[in-house]
Ligand binder design. Sequence first.
Ligand code: DHB
Ligand code: MG
Length: 635
Amino acid sequence: MKTSIATVSISGDLREKLAAIAAAGFDGVEIFENDFLAFDGTPAEVGRMIRDHGLEITLFQPFRDFEGLPEPQRSRAFDRAERKFDLMAELGTDLMLVCSNVSPTALGGIDRAAADFHELGERAARRGLRVGYEALAWGRHINDHRDAWEIVRRADHPNIGLILDSFHTLARKLDVETIRAIPGDRIFIVQLADAPCMEMDLLSWSRHYRNMPGQGDLPVVDFMRAVAATGYDGPLSLEIFNDQFRGGSPKSIAVDGRRALVNLMDQVRRIEPGTIAIDVPDMPERIPVEGVEFVEFAANDEEADELGHLLSTMGFAPQAKHRNKDVVLWRQGPSASGINIVINTEHEGFAHSSYLVHGTNAYAFGIRVEDAQATVARARALGVEPFEQKHGPGELAIPAIRGVGGGVIYFIDSRSELSRVWDIEFAPLPERKTTVDAGLVAVDHIAQTMNYEEMLTWILFYTAIFRTRKSPMVDVVDPGGLVRSQVIESENGALRLTLNGAESRRTLAGHFIAESFGSSVQHLAFASRDIFASAAAMRKLGFRPLEISPNYYDDLEARFGIDAALSQQLRSHNILYDRDEGGEYFQLYSTNYGEGFFFEIVERRGEYRGYGAANASFRIAAQKRELRPAGMPKS
Ligand SMILES: O=C(O)c1ccc(O)c(O)c1
Ligand SMILES: [Mg+2]
């Protein structure tokens, strides 16, 4: 599989773009003309710089407003093309993209355009060059790949071919099945981009909101399946116009791009096995998640005590201690439950470094999978960094990768000794305190907070590695600004992550990122089988719930028509309520710990699928009321 990316997709100057593209493992680049024009080196120097990076130039683009022009503009267009052919020869590339004419002076007519392309083909052939034609979704006469293909077909010249771009086809909701009939060798290059669904004119949507395949809402997999069915085996080239990417990190966007292509082709190959000419790297299939095995906090001794106190008000107690390390396992009540909380107060190693940088934080979590090694293998194939740390005698080497904001994700399976980690590495504490069991049975979801700019990266990360899907993004109003929230979840609910992107430091999420120096887990939600029983038990244990405004409950009664008895119960425990077609949802929050970390207890009744998004802004307002002023020492 030959991967390519347009220089326009990445921030920085041409030098920075190329370095990032090469480092991410791409085979080629599309030179977007403006990136070349803005650069102060000769075409030959640019060509050399690209080849020195081990890259090839897959395409020179765009050449605009060519076909269907009346004279004298027509002759001018051919002269312009000849000049660009000169440039291409110096750069060292043989393929030019002509995008469909948008000029009001352009005349329609398939045959007129075909004749123009036939002549351009003759001129290109004399120089050993090729020209591909792309239908822009907003082209004046040609805005559909079927018409572009008809022009290419009638141009009937070996040096003229078609360029497909998933955005233009999918944005106009054109039937991708129409691609299957095009001979693969007549497609000169395939450009790929996704985009979020939005109501907007096509040009603005394309120029500002494209994103990597898998990051948006367009059926890029279906598009690519149709392309693959043609026998096409040329480069797959990302062409992403995105305002955020233009200001982002070149390295991280290039890595995301390559990950998106590999993930896309892996999906296509699995749907259409054996029929694809493009060779796709071998890797394990997207990993089904079986559950969250543990969440691990890094802390110092004093803060570990505070955290432990908070946990004990939720019915957790220290149950076992690591045989060699200052690491304690907390569980719900005297018997094992589905929740394992680990507090690591080691003075060396990765957890300690994480503590030094971020303060007490949930720096790692462990996921149960069928095959931990295969999970890391898939992640590696997608360019994810594995995580390795020295382990002591008798300790397990738990396969792991690096996750959000310098965090770690461990993998536990039952095909090896990994699932016995609690018995192998931990010894039961002799003075085990029996506590009241608060009836918390599992981790319902893990909420990670990040800068908004990082969100697409992490959405792609999770959906490419694990068999999960993403929900539409929702806006949550914080008194200090907007927070964007998106859910990543597996079909069976075994893994539920909520990603919250902060755009302003004045939001609770933004404050958390600023004060804890980077993205990480901001809250953990535990599932209860009976939230009222849990709330009552926790009250006895000294749990302090986040206090919710009475106005909220008045509105709740009005909105849902819930009866007075239920309303009273909710009020007395500060429990939030939501409902959808499938069922009901109950939420109880802790007060803030540190700079905005908190716990949540939830109960899902029936088939409720959401996360109480409608309640989020009321919860945040309540949290902000009780967050101590910035700069005050921790209590
Ligand atoms: O927005 C544009 O003009 C433009 C140019 C070249 C392309 O390949 C494309 O898809 C869009
Ligand atoms: Mg394009």
